[in-house]
Design a protein around this ligand. Structure first.
Ligand code: GLU
Ligand code: ZN
Length: 464
């Protein structure tokens, strides 16, 4: 018998932009599936209608597509387990919730949020960990009917039942055990009728045949509740693995405050998708290979046994390192596609291609190209005083000879011959006149990228 295929998933709540912690979760799940020819599924956890916006869902799908984290199954790719948006799965949840209630594994809870808060504070004040006090667990049929008649809309609570030790084997943290007495009955359907996270998330993983779940460590404590729900419904549970948190350089969880950027922001700043994936591949997963890898190569090297327990911190210097490796690996066409949106739209294709060839070695992010655009395409130069001095020292005669030689087809060799100079005595003042600086892109490709008229104009400026 063949073992069941590996099915992993990414199940984001689309309440904002995709941050790097989420991207890493998606990446690891994709790699875990791909390494064994399994399936990677996308599910949108949008039961919290108030916090979900259609634009967020669209942005999320776009971001995943840009990152290359394409799902095999999910929105737009139904493999028989859809719909893949929880907001459209009400018809699947209702009978399951009804069954739990009919079998007394769940009961309506009429407590108001004020009552719940009061009870929570009382328990904290008594030095006990707060959990649901069980107020509604013992209401009989008559008491429930009275509450309902008074107009109260109940939530549905899962009944934990007799105390026991719940065990499971975490893919990252190994054997775990939880005392169910500490959990407290929890809500599986909110009073507005929408399913709660513990319920919908667990049930969907089972119904969608998910076999392995890699997710953030913040969900480790939720796992016992989810296992109890699945057990009560007679549904199989996936294996869970909880990834250590990504932290900022200061050791606190990633957030805007410690410089975390979303995938979208990094993209706009001109980072490459594969650079981001290469960085994240090394955060919480050890890898002896220090080269920039494709997603296929990462999948071949991904090993759940190499997932680490310690939190991993995101270092901007490392991001720049992977970005730089990725940029250096780009073929000319790929480089042009990457930089297309950062070049003047009006420039002719041949000049755009020549500009990319000339400037690529001098940039790490696409945004950095903007600094060189006036040099190539015309515009105000940012003069360094040392460059100005070098041009002045070279003298008007030198530039007259160059300007005369700078015909439409002139290359660097022709200019050097006309100048009668060699080495730095030739290069430094030429570079200074053309770029306003003493360092920068190689001159030969730069000359090929600049319009001949612009070259002549910049040389002529020093002939008086
Ligand atoms: N929607 C949940 C979240 O974004 C999913 C958690 C999980 O992966 O199980 O946190
Ligand atoms: Zn209650």
């Amino acid at each position: 018998m063949n073992p069941a295929p590996v099915v992993t998933r990414f199940a984001p709540s689309p309440t904002g932009e995709l941050h790097l912690g989420n991207v890493r979760t998606a990446l690891f799940n994709l790699l875990l599936a791909r390494r064994s020819g399994g399936r990677f599924l996308l599910r949108i956890e949008d039961t919290d209608a108030a916090r979900t916006r259609a634009t967020h869902v669209q942005a999320l799908e776009e971001d995943l597509g840009w990152l290359g984290l394409d799902w095999d199954e999910g929105p737009g790719r139904d493999a028989g387990h859809g719909p893949y948006r929880q907001s459209e799965r009400g018809g699947i949840y209702t009978p399951l919730l009804g069954r739990l209630e009919a079998e007394e594994r769940a009961y309506p809870c009429y407590c108001s949020s004020a009552e719940l808060e009061l009870s929570r504070r009382a328990q904290l004040a008594a030095g006990r960990p707060p959990r649901y006090a069980g107020t509604c667990a013992r209401l009989d049929g008559a008491a429930r009917a009275a509450r309902a008649a008074a107009g109260a809309r109940p939530a549905l609570r899962f009944r934990i039942g007799a105390d026991r030790l719940l065990r499971f084997d975490d893919l990252v943290h190994g054997p775990q055990q939880f005392d169910t007495a500490l959990i407290g009955d929890f809500v599986i359907r909110r009073d507005d009728g929408t399913p709660a996270f513990f319920f919908a998330n667990a049930v969907d993983d089972s119904l969608m045949r998910v076999t392995q779940v890699l997710r953030g460590e913040d969900h480790l404590a939720n796992t016992p509740r989810q296992l109890l729900v699945l057990e009560a419904l007679g549904l199989s549970a996936p294996r869970y693995g909880h990834l250590p948190l990504l932290t900022g350089g200061d050791g606190t969880p990633l957030s805007k405050r410690n410089g975390a950027q979303s995938a979208r922001e990094l993209r706009a700043a001109g980072y490459g998708a594969l650079a981001i994936c290469n960085l994240l591949f090394r955060l919480g997963h050890s890898c002896a290979d220090h080269a920039s890898l494709s997603l296929e190569e990462m999948a071949a090297r991904f090993d759940p046994g190499r997932l680490q327990r310690a939190s991993a911190h995101l270092d901007p210097v490392q991001l720049r390192h992977w970005q730089s490796l990725w940029v250096r690996s780009l073929a000319p066409e790929a480089a042009q596609a990457w930089l297309a949106g950062f070049l003047p739209a009006a420039a002719a294709p041949a000049q755009r291609a020549a500009a990319v060839a000339a400037l690529l070695p001098n940039i790490v992010t696409a945004g950095e190209i903007s600094e060189w655009l006036p040099v190539v395409f015309g515009g105000e130069l940012r003069w360094e005083s040392a460059a100005r001095a070098a041009a002045e020292a070279a003298g008007a005669e030198f530039f007259r000879a160059l300007a005369a030689a700078a015909t439409d087809n002139a290359d660097l060799t022709a200019l050097r011959a006309a100048s009668g100079r060699q080495g730095v005595a030739f290069f430094a003042p030429l570079r200074a006149a053309l770029t306003g600086r003493l360092h920068g892109p190689e001159l030969a490709p730069l000359l090929r990228a600049m319009a001949p008229a612009l070259v002549r104009e910049r040389l002529a400026a020093w002939t008086r």
